[in-house]
Design a protein around this ligand. Sequence first.
Ligand code: AZA
Length: 295
Amino acid sequence: MPTLTRGRYGKDNVRVYKVHRNADGTQTVAEFTVSVMLEGDISTSYTAADNSIVVPTDTMKQTCFIIAKQHNVLPSELYAASLAQHFIDTYPHIHVATTNVIQHRWTRMTVDGKPHPHSFHRDGADLKIVEAVASREAASVSIKSSIKDLLVLKSTGSAFHGFHTDEFTILKPTWDRILSTSVDAAWRWTPFKTVAEVEANAAVFDRAYEAVREITMATFAKEESPSVQNTMYKMCEQILEREAGVKAVEYQLPNKHYFEKDLSWHKGTKNTGADAEVYEPQTDPNGLIQCTVER
Ligand code: AZA
């Protein structure tokens, strides 16, 4: 007899925007794409068509708006946690609620040398993403904050040599290469007992986000990188040192290759080694380097 071993369901891609009208006349905006997934005593909805226990996914979508209206949505850790905890508090048969809040960048414009009170621009494709998991059994909210798709490139200051070689190796060691990657970095917080505790840490979440961006870019730029592996480990070390509430850091870095082009076929043009100026960016395949570093 078949057995339902796992079932969870929810609403994905809920678009939410909120404006905050500040006392000084300026406005602050936030735009999110949200997902909610619920787990609990819901197996008979799958096996016996019992819809009485199904909180409709449309109700989850409406909840995204109501919680956004009732609570601060910034930092997004607070919105994700408030939303997840709502489902645990409201529905006794729901035991785990997972929310994923993707925050789209809206950075205040500088106009005539001054921050504009209500105009914003997208100054990068990178996203801040927060996952919150509210658990009835653990009586806690676990939060993972992250940055995704932060595209960076350095034109020198990166090497890769001394690697293992065998009869399958054709890669040449290099002491000077282009390094480019799209940064996915995540940092897991020591779980919080309540949403109130999350709210009390609001400033810490913002500070950590800025610290991760700053550490990632400064380390990438300043370090003479011997490998992606070592450079990402150094980023993790610094984040753990800087933020006491962070228990683990994860990085995923694709190594976006730029290949030298031999142009000697054209009138003996020198374009390799120290003469290399024109390269061919590769879309695929790419190296993919991942790590998790815990306290
Ligand atoms: N790490 C690097 O930084 N560069 C590489 C690798 C690697 O594992 N493999 N090829 N090139």
